[in-house]
Design a protein around this ligand. Structure first.
Ligand SMILES: [Cu+2]
Length: 143
């Protein structure tokens, strides 16, 4: 899967001086972010997730069960801009390594191996604000 963002680093113009939002201290805001699962359907069992951070910011991927009648992207976020990770089946958030870490650096890869029963899951980036910015994807696990 790929995680990415449309941050300043992705635009190919290091000095975006024409934008009213750019400039030191001005805050570029959080651009559009995405998390893409390919494939989005996998057979049940041991699943190896490999995450490539194609964005300009650190990201991560956490595997959460998706409750019935809830779509990806509908989780509430707390005051810290993160979703509840209760029930997490695993995460890939260590640059060039497996499992949990401090986030996947831009350009780096991370991975984790999880055992998934048939059902619906949601992959989320739980860096503050990223879920709200669109960093989630559904993963369906079949028999
Ligand atoms: Cu992110």
């Amino acid at each position: 899967m790929t995680v990415g963002d449309m941050g300043p680093g992705m635009r190919g113009r290091p000095d975006d001086a024409g934008s009213p939002n750019s400039g030191p201290g001005g805050g570029h805001g959080i651009g559009m972010m995405r998390l893409r699962a390919t494939p989005s359907t996998v057979p049940a069992g041991v699943v190896s997730l490999r995450v490539v951070n194609a964005g300009a910011l650190p990201h991560e991927v956490v595997v959460l069960p998706l409750p019935a009648r809830q779509a990806a992207g509908e989780r509430p976020t707390g005051a810290d801009g993160r979703v509840d990770e209760a029930g997490s089946l695993g995460e890939a958030s260590r640059s060039c390594g497996a499992g949990a870490g401090d986030g996947v650096a831009p350009g780096a890869m991370a991975w984790t191996t999880v055992t998934l029963q048939p059902g619906h899951y949601e992959l989320v980036c739980n860096v503050p604000g990223h879920y709200r910015a669109g960093m989630y994807a559904e993963l369906d696990v079949t028999q």
